[in-house]
Design a protein around this ligand. Structure first.
Ligand code: ZN
Length: 378
């Protein structure tokens, strides 16, 4: 028998209005109904006790979390990371990993599974076709000039599990590879090609967007700054509505005023909150972020619940808009918004309960409670 679970007496964020005294009914893995007032019958009931009931957070860009790398060959360590992410409200994530045969072999069986934590949507390759100059903390030996042979080699081991790849559009031959990857099937639809780790001029970035680059890897980080006569990739991404952007809202990677500017340009619908979090196992955290010895930022120790809290303050947006940037916008950017990103009948029963300060008290993935603050206290 399929279990019907009712989450009741909360404030449903659905998604652009609040349903006070609202409820969500999950039937097995999917949402059956959302409403307010007298709730329907169910087999199991969860009292939201006046907290917010929101769609689960989708982190498009995570490398590891709290001591564990997502590419760790140990399934147990991988699951530890995904469970810890679920405790911060994440119900689905992409793993930013190296585009190697070995990593694809490790990751393939993990795609689409939840196993008591956040569900892994797909792989995100930030290498190899990026700018050497703007590689950031990425080791130089991971960077390669665009090559159709190498692209086919990467697709040979990652087809069906690669969901997003970052490229620098200014590199000779890059635009042909945009078309090659766009034509490949990922776990959520066509592979999404993101612009990032780039030294592109404005015109080169626009050419990338027009060739099918629909997303941007951590806007402003690992690209030249916006100049008023040389807008560069950042200017192109702010000006063009076709591409969504990722923002790291830890207060370190971006000044709050830059977050505000980006959100004003892109709107919540074009903005995706990400963590870019790393395990931080072998890196020193200095001034709020992991860094290389020379001070170069090397990922973050941000969590999605803090990102949702921070962006309200940084950008002056409502909780609903902050939630949209952590749910529906990333779902749309990755191509899974028909199944995820909002609380609506037929969508996956991925949701999170939290208070006004975005302290997460319960996380549900596919109709299963994978994390609960109460369970932890007992
Ligand atoms: Zn990066």
């Amino acid at each position: 028998m399929i279990m019907r679970t009712l989450i009741s007496d909360g404030i449903v964020i659905a998604p652009r209005e609040r349903l006070e005294g609202g409820w969500v009914l999950a039937d097995g893995e999917r949402i059956a109904a959302v409403g307010r007032g007298p709730p329907p019958a169910a087999d199991r009931r969860i009292d939201a006790a006046g907290r917010f009931i929101a769609p689960g957070f989708i982190d498009l860009h995570a490398q590891g979390f709290r001591g564990y790398d997502l590419w760790d060959p140990s399934d147990e360590n991988f699951l530890r990371a995904m469970r810890q992410m679920a405790a911060t409200g994440v119900t689905a994530a992409q793993a930013s990993v190296d585009p190697t045969l070995e990593v694809s072999r490790i990751m393939r069986p993990r795609i689409g599974r939840a196993d008591g934590g956040a569900r892994l949507l797909g792989l995100y390759f930030e290498t190899p076709f990026i700018s050497m100059e703007k590689r950031g903390a990425i080791p130089p030996d991971r960077v390669r000039p665009p090559s159709a042979d190498l692209a086919r080699e990467i697709l040979a081991h990652s087809r069906g599990i690669l969901s997003m790849i970052t490229m620098a559009p200014e590199l000779p031959g890059a635009l042909d590879l945009v078309r090659l990857f766009r034509a490949a099937a990922g776990p959520l639809g066509p592979v999404v090609v993101a612009l990032g780790h780039t030294a592109a001029t404005y015109d080169q970035a626009v050419a990338g967007i027009e060739a099918g680059m629909t997303h941007c890897t951590h806007l402003f980080n690992a690209m030249p700054p916006l100049g008023h006569r040389e807008p560069g990739a950042a200017g192109a991404l702010l000006a063009r509505p076709e591409a969504s952007v990722e923002l790291i809202c830890d207060g370190v990677h971006l000044h709050p005023a830059v977050v505000r500017t980006a959100v004003a340009c892109k709107g919540p619908a074009g903005t995706c909150l990400i963590t870019d979090c790393v395990s931080a196992r072998d890196r020193r955290v200095v001034d709020g972020a992991p860094r290389l010895a020379d001070g170069t930022l090397a990922g973050s120790v941000l969590s999605m619940d803090r990102a949702v809290a921070n962006v309200q303050r940084f950008a002056g947006v409502s909780l609903e808009q902050a939630v949209e940037m952590a749910t529906l916008s990333p779902a749309r950017a990755a191509g899974c918004d028909r199944a995820k990103g909002s609380l609506a009948p037929g969508k996956d029963a991925d949701l999170v309960l939290f208070d006004a300060a975005v302290n997460v008290s319960l996380t549900m993935v596919g109709g299963e409670v994978v994390w609960s603050a109460e369970a932890r206290n007992h």
